[in-house]
Every structure is written in C-alpha cells, then in structure tokens.
Design a protein around this ligand. Structure first.
Ligand code: ZN
Ligand code: ZN
Length: 300
C-alpha cells in the first residue's frame, strides 16, 4: 500500500472517531446545532472513503484503455468534495435564516461543548497533516479532503463560539451572525476547490513557478542543442506532462540528439518526479524567435 493510500485510510479512521465524539456531544447537549455538526461528520467519512477510492484508482498504471494513466480520477473526487462543501454552506445558511426568523435561547451543557471542541481539535490537526502531505505528494484528492475538513474546523469554531458567546452575553443574534461568516468562508473554500479541480480536468497550464523550473531544467541540460520552443506542460495528479520542440544543428546525428533529449528528460525528472516528456527534434531552419536559447554564450 502506498503512503498516499495509508494517509487516505487514516483519514477514514479519524472521520469515524470524530463522528463518534460529535454524536456523544449532540446526545449529551440535545443541541440542534451540535446535532447538525455531527450529521456533517457522516459526510466527512463518506468523502474520506471517496478520496481513498480515487487515490487507489488513479495509482493504477496506464493500460490499453487509458494510455495516459488514471491520474485524473482524483479531480473527480475533488469536484464532488467541492459540491459537498457548497451543500454544507447552504445548510448553514438555512439555519441562520431559521435562527433570525425565530430567535431561540441556546442551551448547551459544558461537557457537550468540551467534547465537540475536542473533535474540532482532532479535525484541525488532521487537516493540517492532509494539506501538507497532499501538496508534497501532489494529490488533488487529498488536498480537497483537507480543505473540506478545514471548513468543518471553521464551522465547529463558529458553532461553539456562537453558543458560548450567546450563552455568556444573552445576545441571541451573535450566534447566527457568526454562522453567517462561517458560511461565507465555506462558500469561498468550495469555490476554490471547484476551480482547482476543473483546472486539472481542463489541462490548465502549470503556474509560473513550475514553468520557470521546466525552462531552467531544459537550459541546464540542453548543451549541444540550439533552442527549445513551443513548450507545453500540464499536471495530472502527481504526474507532469511536458512537450516541446528541440532545435539542433541539422548535421547532428540521431544518436547525439537523442543523448541531449535523455539528459533533458533526466533533469526534468529530478525537478518534478513523475514526468512524461515528448520532444520533437528539428534542424535550425525551424528555429523561432520566441524560444529558450540553448546555444553557448560565445556563439550567440
Ligand atoms: Zn518547431
Ligand atoms: Zn529515448
């Protein structure tokens, strides 16, 4: 089992623990807000299972049906996460509306609040691990799972803070007002997770930092060639696809130009890990003005 799969499995286990804690908290307090918080945890367990499935499927090697690999499965799981995040925000907005239209005094026992807070802390720690590991391992499913959990941490803080402040001050409208801010934050998260997953599915260009790293790798390993142009790249999960044209002197042998290509492929692999490169070799008559210059300084 890969490290990514182990993390995804741990996510399911932690989701179950948090669900148990929040259920007991809701049962102890009889609070509707804490009950809905516990119900949301069921969604967390479901999405953790979904992320595990997507990670397992996308790790499959390329086959006859999917010659470019299965990496994009993770973007579908991220997209479903985004929709569920949006649904959570809508549910909170309904509660806010209900609270404003029919003010009620919030009652919650201290033990129940403490248990809910403990569940929130576990979620916060785990969401930090998920986001860090997800970025390091370039896993869109894990990052989306982490961001989903982050919205839960925010809503837990909102629910707890609202209940505690309303109980201390007697200002009933502080609770729904805080929930309104929480909902706004969750909508923003849902939107950015949705944008990231559609970007992946649409083969969006890598960011400027990655493009610069690709250009640096090509120039550092491209001695013997003249220039590189028509560079295109895209990320699909943890794999980076890179293609470009390489201009070499027309009289260079196939063996020599192949050696340059292999050096560049190695440099790109060192930079990005899983890389699939396609290089189209051309003689100098095909040189373009917009290109990565590879000729030695004294010649140009
Ligand atoms: Zn060309
Ligand atoms: Zn080769």
């Amino acid at each position: 089992m890969s490290r990514l799969q182990k993390i995804a499995l741990t996510s399911i286990a932690i989701g179950l623990i948090v669900l148990a804690l929040k259920s007991v908290a809701a049962w102890l307090t009889g609070s509707v807000a804490l009950m809905s918080d516990a119900l949301e945890s069921i969604v967390n367990v479901a999405t953790a299972v979904l992320a595990f499935g997507a990670i397992t499927y996308s790790a499959r090697p390329a086959d006859h049906n999917h010659p470019y690999g299965h990496h994009k499965a993770e973007y579908f799981s991220a997209m479903i996460e985004a929709l569920l995040i949006g649904a959570a925000a809508v549910a909170i907005l309904f509660q806010v509306w209900a609270a404003f239209s029919e003010p009620r005094i919030v009652f919650a026992s201290t033990e129940g609040l403490a248990l809910n807070a403990l569940a929130g802390v576990i979620n916060a720690v785990w969401c930090f691990v998920l986001l860090r590991q997800g970025r390091e391992l370039r896993s869109p499913a894990l990052i989306a799972d982490g961001r989903h959990l982050l919205t839960d941490v925010f809503s837990s803080i909102g629910v707890l803070g609202g209940v505690i402040i309303a109980r201390a001050t007697g200002l009933w409208w502080l609770d729904p007002l805080l929930a309104l801010f929480v909902a706004g934050n969750i909508i923003w998260t849902g939107w950015s997770v949705l944008r990231a997953s559609t970007g992946g599915l649409m083969d969006e260009a890598p960011d400027a930092k990655d493009i610069a790293a690709i250009q640096r790798a090509i120039s550092s390993a491209g001695q013997g060639a003249i220039q590189a142009h028509d560079l295109r790249a895209r990320h699909a999960g943890n794999t980076t696809f890179i293609e470009f044209h390489l201009i070499v002197p027309g009289e260079m042998t196939v063996t020599d130009s192949h050696a340059i290509c292999d050096r560049i492929e190695l440099a790109l692999t060192r930079e990005f890990g899983n890389v699939e490169t396609a290089i189209h070799v051309e003689p100098e008559v095909h040189a373009k003005s917009e290109a990565i210059d590879l000729s030695p300084p004294d010649q140009s």
